[in-house]
Design a protein around this ligand. Structure first.
Ligand code: GDP
Length: 327
């Protein structure tokens, strides 16, 4: 699922699609035993080629968009924000209808051509077929355009595996989220695009007893109170709800990040309210230079202090909330 957005082929508009089909058909020229036979064989082959190309191209478009099942609510939500799920389903439905219609017309005209013994009538049938498929394909012109535009937007969806137990890290900028992901991951975190933020999403992984865990930092998403967001940003943030099995809210009691503890606690309230129902661990970072005496867990993402204890807490928490993926 995670990279299907990038695998959607370029969507041709109705004129380009018809040009492609007719161009292919125009190259077909067969020889028969006499004029009637030549015209009949050639016309049958042209109608077959046109219908086949239209049907297979349109069906390829429909199949490129997977039906999103429950587990992929994260993506459904993002697709809904980006292009509108109902509109996308409607247009794909229209394209599927057109593919079937092209098929039916193909079958119908092949039968009629086969049954005719008049060369000029056969030519007329072939042109009539071209006219009818053209009109059917033009009817879905707007749908093809819409799906084409959607495809361009959906290619920017992040490649995140939604089936792996996932920790999302939240907190103001500069509190050490990126540093923590690096310390927890066993390889360099990957950066994936996220269409609602200028910065990419950072994704790290680690293994424990043959299970993979995913840690995600979402710059620009969970680092500002929700009330400052526009509706589109809000929905993009709420999509995180379907991705996160656990949230680590990172605070910086040294305030060297530039945010006061009061602001950070306010953001914590906003995040836990909007993502309610998801377990949340509050962690104070930069213990190496802080003298905080709160009861929160404390780490130094920079020096690694407390990071292994945090990993243990993550594993313990995630073992309860999600069946991890198969090894
Ligand atoms: P992010 O914006 O939340 O991802 O924060 P970064 O991970 O980029 O860290 C911001 C700054 O804080 C960087 O200069 C880090 O080196 C520093 N930093 C992160 N963790 C620690 C820590 O545990 N101790 C200290 N002293 N500095 C840290």
């Amino acid at each position: 699922m995670s990279d299907w957005g990038r695998r959607i082929p370029t969507i041709l508009n109705s004129q380009e699609l018809l040009d492609k089909a007719f161009h292919k058909a125009s190259k077909v020229n067969l020889r028969g035993t006499n004029t009637l036979d030549t015209v009949k064989k050639t016309s049958l082959a042209k109608v077959s080629a046109t219908g086949d190309i239209l049907n297979s191209t349109l069906m390829k478009y429909v199949r490129a968009f997977p039906s999103l099942d429950k587990r992929e609510e994260f993506y459904s939500e993002l697709i809904d924000v980006l292009v509108g799920m109902d509109d996308l389903k409607k247009s794909l439905g229209a394209i599927g209808w057109c593919a079937r219609r092209c098929n039916d017309l193909q079958r119908d005209y092949l039968r009629r051509i086969r049954g005719s013994k008049d060369a000029s009538f056969i030519e007329r049938l072939r042109r009539e077929y071209y006219g009818r498929v053209s009109s059917v394909v033009r009817q879905i012109g707007k749908d093809l355009e819409f799906v084409g535009e959607s495809r361009n937007k959906l290619r920017k969806l992040p490649e995140i595996d939604t089936s792996i137990p996932t920790v999302v890290i939240a907190g103001f900028p500069n509190v050490g989220k990126s540093q923590l992901i690096q310390k927890l991951s066993n390889a360099r975190p990957a950066i994936a695009s996220y269409p609602f933020t200028t910065k990419g999403v950072e994704i790290g992984h680690f293994e424990h007893r043959w299970r993979t865990y995913q840690i995600v930092d979402t710059p620009g998403l969970l680092d500002r109170p929700l009330e400052e967001r526009n509706p589109i940003e809000r929905q993009a943030i709420l999509a995180i709800k379907y991705l996160a099995d656990l949230i680590i809210f990172l605070l910086d009691p040294t305030e060297t990040s530039g945010y006061s503890m009061e602001q950070q606690v306010h953001l914590l309230g906003s995040v836990s309210e909007s993502l309610s129902g998801i377990p949340l661990i509050e962690v104070e970072n930069k213990v190496d230079i802080s003298d905080s005496n709160s009861s929160r867990a404390k780490i130094s993402a920079l020096e690694g202090l407390g990071v292994e204890e945090l990993r243990t807490a993550i594993i313990e928490c995630l073992s309860k909330v999600k069946e991890p993926s198969d090894p």
